[in-house]
Design a protein around this ligand. Structure first.
Ligand code: MN
Length: 408
């Protein structure tokens, strides 16, 4: 029902007689006869709830048609079960279903009603076939309409995102409790691999398990170095549960106790993160958390003598404070440059993830070198402010030290 509601809501914006055509992702080859695990196209899944490859949805106010793989006993033994043409209408709330092999023939009939056609090609084999069928027609883009809808999460989506957040929170907690020097970064990653799998979820993105100076490499994913006693460990990992993402970063001392310089840097990032989160409510510009976090980080770094009064903050803080999150971990909307003037609306979910990255630089006081800190939570905009979906994961210095020393 939720998908039908989304389709109707989309059609209502597109005007009378609109016909939407949307396909799922192609299967991607990994090597030889091995494929990457299939994941449906996010827009397609949002509108259909269907997660098989080789499918196309065509819908108007009058008719919803789904093209999919027919049942095939032999193929299903090798490749897995298929919903099949007979079961599809009842299961997917469709009016008609056809084999994907009949796509061109049936699509020609479906576009014959004269209404505006909405379609965006991903230049994959199925979309190329659709383009061939549509070549005589004027075609309009539908992606921006779908993305505006996806920006505001409905109750069903918020529930799934809360579940994803909870799984990730628990995995981070386990990692804090089980980290010790001498382990390799991948051994800490295995805590997430195991916990996510055990809870019917997957990594929403390549996890970053970065000890010491590796934390200063923003997209460090090698995760293959040993953890050293005096260093911090930065973990950016989140699961995807039923196609909805979570995204959490925590930074904590491998020994279980922060050193004084680590504390000083960490507290600046935490203050920046909390202030940025506190600013989030409907009507506030989506860029506001970034402005607030950047100012606090700038002042903090100047106080520590790391940044000159007229210095470049981007030497130590070179990314944005957050992004939209949903079916995609970097979800549609709100964090692109044109969107900075937009304001928060109830139902948006964004990350808040300021950081400080101090590289090994002669100019910097040695006690602060090689410290990288990021703290990230997922925040739902509510009618009267916000709710942090990942709030149950500790981040205050004293709480992290307690949990790491198994005292809570
Ligand atoms: Mn993030």
């Amino acid at each position: 029902m939720i998908h039908q509601k989304r389709r109707s809501s989309l059609l209502n914006q597109l005007g009378d007689g609109a016909l939407v055509i949307i396909s799922t992702n192609p299967i991607q080859k990994r090597s030889g006869d091995t494929d990457y695990p299939f994941r449906p196209n996010s827009d397609f899944y949002y509108l259909t709830g269907f997660n098989e490859p080789d499918s196309v949805a065509v819908f108007s106010h009058d008719c919803y048609t789904i093209f999919l793989r027919p049942n095939d006993k032999k193929k299903e033994i090798w490749e897995g079960r298929r919903l099949g043409i007979e079961e599809a209408p009842a299961k997917l709330n469709a009016d008609k279903s056809y084999s994907i092999a009949d796509l061109e023939l049936e699509l020609l009939k479906l576009i014959d009603n004269g209404g505006n056609i909405f379609f965006d090609s991903k230049s994959c084999p199925i979309d190329n076939k659709i383009v061939d069928v549509l070549w005589r027609n004027e075609v309009y883009s539908v992606a921006s309409y779908i993305h505006e809808m996806r920006l505001i999460k409905d109750e069903h989506e918020i529930e799934l995102m809360q579940k994803a957040a909870n799984i990730s929170v628990n995995a981070h907690e386990l990692a804090m409790q089980n980290t010790k020097s001498g382990l390799f970064e991948y051994e800490v990653q295995s805590i997430f691999d195991g916990y996510f799998t055990k809870n019917n979820s997957k990594h929403a993105y390549s996890p970053i398990i970065a000890g010491g100076q590796n934390a200063c490499i923003l997209h460090y994913i090698e995760n293959n170095k040993p953890l050293n006693e005096g260093d911090l460990l930065l973990i950016d990992a989140g699961c995807e549960f039923e196609y909805y993402a979570s995204d959490i970063t925590r930074t904590f001392p491998i020994s279980g106790t922060f050193s004084s310089p680590q504390k000083e840097v960490y507290q600046i990032v935490l203050d920046a993160q909390m202030a940025a989160i506190n600013s989030i409510r409907p009507g506030v510009k989506v860029n506001e958390p970034h402005v607030i976090a950047s100012n606090i980080i700038r002042d903090g770094l100047i106080d520590l003598g790391i940044l000159e009064t007229d210095g470049e903050l981007s030497e130590f803080y070179m990314h944005r404070t957050g992004h939209s999150i949903g079916i995609d971990v970097h979800d549609v909307g709100t964090y692109k440059k044109d969107d900075y003037e937009k304001t928060f609306v109830s139902g948006m979910v964004i990350t808040v993830e300021p950081g400080i990255y101090i590289n090994n630089d002669d100019k910097i006081n040695p006690i602060y070198r090689n410290i990288g800190v990021r703290i990230e939570d997922d925040v739902l905009v509510t009618n009267d402010g916000n709710k942090v979906l990942t709030e149950s994961l500790v981040k205050e210095i004293k709480d992290i030290e307690l949990i790491m020393n198994n005292q809570i």
